[in-house]
Ligand binder design. Structure first.
Ligand code: HEM
Length: 398
């Protein structure tokens, strides 16, 4: 067995300023040609699916949220409390218990219940569009926060505030933001906690048919959710459920604007083709291109030893393309293997069913209404080290 520290690995800098769009995928593909493992600024980078799944599913690894926080001096305060309590940073029995308690609220059937509300929001947003403009501002940005407001049982007028908080709290995973925007992130953490506390108090007095009431029903005595766990889970759902879906929907429209034949296919059978279209978008352009694991103990994989404390970034963006003709965007292709876009193993995305339903509803709604979809100028793309955002997406259609 060779220690990873002795290997001569290619460098891959996931925080390089020019790493976006086609440059990013090209650089990933070039690095992958040199092997399955690369060296990044703070971690090793795993580039293939089998290795990615191994590190995500291993019981000897954990999400390195606390370690990253330490590295950036986030050792106390509201953000640190949030990081310590985040479900993603829990392990073993504690994590299993939390997932078992909230799982029933996130099944495919539970997500399906919200589809009529999603369609209503899409109609409302669509009515303000004119035939061209920035798709992010018009639909991709407001839609997920309206949906999360409904799912949580918060007033839909609060959606813009939820969006703002989600965006900032989510930056705890973005190493660049941690070094430049810490005070804003801290403030957002405090505000969102106070907001969720107030919402829970309201719902406790007046239960309804929403996620908050379901979580409150799961809290109480014994092995149930504690109050603090309940508040934190709501914050996790809020933070994890807005920016992510926004980015994925914006990338979807960006991809379809560049592939008019695929868009026309979808428009021909929106309800029938939307599930495959969403799977292909998620595979081809995952908005969480990298997630990370730290080895809690020495780990061996493919005769390479990773000492305890090693951090690995798992690259879904490259792993997902390890399939026949994987660099081609094609909503009709039969793909082998699972995409890593929602992760794998114990921390597999809690909101995957909800996100998938939101994306399916959006694509099925939009495709027949936007014939002749095309770019109306260049898209402004974000960096790839946190959530791969589309800042603006000028589109036009006939
Ligand atoms: C396209 C949209 C989304 C993508 C690509 C995505 C991606 C991910 C990934 C990759 C993970 C696992 C991270 C890891 O293991 O290191 C994850 C976890 C998580 N996601 Fe999502 N997500 C999306 C939407 C959502 C939504 C809508 C919600 C909430 C309703 C949500 C809530 C969560 C939570 C709470 C976790 C932590 C689960 C745990 O630690 O057990 N996500 N997500």
């Amino acid at each position: 067995m060779t220690s990873v520290t002795e290997l001569d690995l290619p460098a891959f800098d996931y925080s390089a300023p020019d790493l976006t769009g086609e440059v990013y995928h090209r650089r990933l593909a070039e690095t992958r040609e040199r092997g399955w493992l690369a060296r990044g600024p703070l971690s090793y980078v795993v580039l293939d699916r089998e290795a990615g799944e191994f590190f995500l599913r291993s019981r000897a690894t954990a999400f390195p949220g606390r370690e990253i926080a330490d590295l950036f001096g986030v050792t106390a305060g509201r953000l640190r409390e949030q990081i310590d309590a985040n479900v993603l940073n829990q392990t073993g029995d504690r994590h299993r218990r939390l997932r078992a308690l909230v799982g029933p609220a996130f099944t495919p059937r539970a997500a399906d219940r919200w589809r009529p509300v999603m369609r209503e929001f899409l109609t409302r947003l669509w009515d303000t569009t004119t035939g061209s403009g920035d798709f992010v501002r018009a639909v991709a940005r407001p839609y997920p926060s309206m949906t999360i407001a409904a799912v949580l049982g918060a007033p839909v007028e609060d959606a813009p505030r939820l969006h703002e908080w989600s965006n900032l709290v989510q930056r705890q995973f973005d190493v660049r933001a941690l070094s430049t925007e810490l005070p804003r992130i801290e403030t957002a953490c405090a505000e969102v906690h106070d907001y969720v506390e107030a919402l829970l108090a309201e719902r406790r007095a007046d239960p309804a048919d929403d996620l908050l009431s379901a979580l409150l029903a799961a809290s109480g005595a014994g092995d149930r959710l504690s109050h603090a766990e309940c508040v934190n889970l709501v914050v996790n759902v809020l933070a994890g459920g807005v920016d992510t879906t926004q980015a994925q929907l914006a990338h979807a429209l960006r991809l379809f604007a560049a592939h008019p034949d695929q868009w026309a296919l979808l428009a021909g059978d929106p309800a029938g083709r939307a599930p495959a279209a969403v799977r292909e978008v998620l595979r081809f352009e995952p908005i969480t291109p990298f997630t990370a694991r730290i080895c809690a103990e020495p780990v061996e994989f493919r005769a390479v030893g990773f000492p305890a404390g090693s951090i690995v970034a798992i690259c879904a963006a490259r792993a997902n393309r390890e399939t026949t003709d994987g660099d081609r965007f094609d909503i009709t292709a039969e793909r082998d293997g699972r995409a890593l876009t929602f992760g794998a193993g114990a921390h597999y995305c809690l909101g995957a069913n909800l996100a998938t339903a939101e994306l399916e509803e959006a694509l099925a709604f939009l495709a027949p209404r936007m014939p002749g979809l095309r770019a109306d100028g260049p898209a402004a793309l974000g960096g790839v080290e946190g959530i791969y955002q589309v800042e603006s997406l000028p589109l036009t259609w006939s």
